[in-house]
Write a protein that binds this ligand. Structure first.
Ligand SMILES: *[C@@H]1O[C@H](CO)[C@@H](O)[C@H](O)[C@H]1NC(C)=O
Ligand SMILES: *[C@@H]1O[C@H](CO)[C@@H](O)[C@H](O)[C@H]1NC(C)=O
Ligand SMILES: *[C@@H]1O[C@H](CO)[C@@H](O)[C@H](O)[C@H]1NC(C)=O
Ligand SMILES: *[C@@H]1O[C@H](CO)[C@@H](O)[C@H](O)[C@H]1NC(C)=O
Ligand SMILES: *[C@@H]1O[C@H](CO)[C@@H](O)[C@H](O)[C@H]1NC(C)=O
Length: 448
């Protein structure tokens, strides 16, 4: 039963993407009136054979080490709705950003059919889905090859498109941390990840990843998709109103797993501090009913069930965002959507990552920074730090967080014109990419 339903969903996704591609050609003439709006912003979508994108969707149940991801393909990668009557909430898997982005690119207003007048070339390659055969499948020992097939195609098929600017104007989305694609080419046997971002052949292209390396070069981080994808301005605004009105009964919230190992680490400190604070309920103060709450998401139980964590996030003032396997977390963006002020423990968790979406000079206004070393090794109490922040300042910070909501939302495809007038995470990522490509090309013409 279940596999059958999944393949129907998959098939429906294919068909609608294909229909869209056809439609697009029909709309070509509309583009003419846009010369001004689109100056320096023209994007050409490179035509790739289906083995680089649509065919990969059909393999959604082929990886025994992974759970079947077929259900997450629904609604062009937004996943299934949380409830039948929900308009904005989906069971979104962040891995699907490649699909979500592709779908949104099809309605980008400055598409051109002429690769030689484009300012950037988008590769609709589902890099992460293609990487699964190296990460979890039979090709684990040839993970240094990831990307070569794509490069060969770009060289063999209309090579003039790549050669025009040596690939410096090409970009793609990779819906995982860059770490997963940066394995040195000479690791034998491979440890973890593919070498896509280490291949000299691909150095020139720009990759949008969920997390960039500490010294980024060809990649830039974009927000993890959350579960909130409003289709119109009214639904976005009514959500923000709900966030504003929500009663914050807990000072701090930690949503996540881990923290149970014996070695000192920030997650363990958080768990221990939270557990202690609940066993000691005297004098919470500040209008809060409790100091700290934990939503245990071990074993992935929260991943496709946003209700589990969105409600608690709506009811807490601060959301603790410790690093996990890697420094960044999807939860950072869930907490922003809920108006819960993020608390970071290292700069790599967000500040040095998402500069396009979360401007560096605004961090102190919307987030709290507590160095993890001070907590883990010097006994600094997180809850003491947060309790000392005056309530008026907490309110101002929450307002700043709410101002960020439209910037980190990936709105639903085909949304209303009112909502399209606001830049969302996709629009900001495209702007950032175009600027990055432009400045790269300038550097090449006149190196410093
Ligand atoms: C949701 O809609 C589908 C199809 O319309 C239906 O089969 C299903 O029972 C509905 N689920 C709920 C919880 O109402
Ligand atoms: C990969 O290489 C390792 C070590 O050489 C070997 O044990 C393993 O069986 C290989 N895996 C596959 C899928 O070929
Ligand atoms: C990358 O760009 C440099 C400088 O423009 C160029 O020399 C090189 O050939 C390019 N690499 C590829 C694979 O196109
Ligand atoms: C929590 O309480 C235990 C026992 O009183 C204590 O050893 C530990 O240091 C406390 N942890 C924190 C982070 O306060
Ligand atoms: C319990 O709370 C009081 C007041 O907030 C604090 O002084 C005390 O250190 C706490 N005890 C523990 C074990 O955390």
């Amino acid at each position: 039963m279940v596999p059958m339903k999944s393949s129907i969903t998959t098939f429906a996704s294919y068909i609608s993407i294909i229909l869209l591609l056809l439609n697009l050609v029909a709309c070509e003439t509309e583009i003419e009136g846009r010369e001004n709006e689109c100056k320096k912003r023209w994007i050409y979508i490179r035509k790739l054979p289906p083995r680089f994108n649509l065919d990969l969707l059909g393999k959604c149940s082929e990886y025994p080490l992974l759970e079947d991801f077929c259900p997450y393909l629904a609604n062009h990668g937004l996943g299934q709705k949380t409830h039948n009557r929900s308009h904005s909430w989906y069971r979104t898997d962040p891995l699907m950003l490649e699909l979500i982005f592709h779908r949104r690119m099809l309605e980008y207003p400055c598409l051109t059919q002429d690769p030689f007048s484009a300012d950037a070339v988008y590769l609709p390659y589902y890099a992460t889905l293609d990487a699964l055969r190296y990460l979890y499948g039979p090709e684990v020992n040839s993970s240094a090859d990831h990307g070569l097939e794509l490069f060969d195609f770009l060289q063999d098929d209309e090579p003039s498109i790549w050669n025009r600017r040596n690939g410096h104007d090409h970009f793609l989305v990779m819906a995982r941390p860059a770490w997963d694609f940066s394995q040195p080419l000479d690791n034998d046997p491979p440890l973890w990840g593919t070498s896509f971002l280490e291949l000299p052949e691909l150095f020139n292209l720009t990759a949008l990843t969920l997390e960039s390396r500490a010294w980024p070069w060809q990649e830039h981080a974009v927000p993890y998709p959350t579960s909130f994808h409003p289709p119109n301005l009214g639904l976005l605004e009514s959500w923000v109103q709900r966030v504003r009105r929500s009663k914050r009964s807990a000072l701090a919230l930690f949503v996540g797993g881990g923290g149970v190992s014996a070695t000192p680490n920030i997650r363990r400190s958080i768990r221990s501090e939270c557990d202690n604070s609940t066993s000691n309920s005297t004098d919470v103060g500040g209008g809060y009913e409790k100091l700290c709450e934990v939503v245990d998401c071990s074993n992935g139980v929260c991943e496709h069930d946003p209700l589990r964590f969105m409600r608690p996030m709506l009811q807490a003032s601060f959301c603790l965002q410790p690093p996990g396997d890697t420094p960044t977390r999807r939860s950072t963006f869930d907490s922003i959507i809920a108006g819960c002020i993020p608390v970071f423990f290292e700069d790599l968790s967000a500040r040095s990552q998402y500069g396009w979406h979360l401007p560096d000079n605004e961090f102190d206004g919307f987030s709290v920074f507590i160095a993890k070393e001070d907590v883990v090794f010097k006994g600094l109490r997180i809850l003491d730090v947060l309790r000392r922040i005056p309530r008026s300042r907490v309110r101002r910070m929450r307002e700043k967080v709410m101002e960020l909501i439209p910037r980190v939302v990936y709105r639903k495809h085909n949304s209303s014109p009112g909502l399209r007038a606001k830049k969302d995470a996709f629009d900001i990522a495209v702007d950032g990419t175009l600027d990055k490509i432009q400045s790269r090309l300038k550097e090449l013409v006149s190196p410093l």
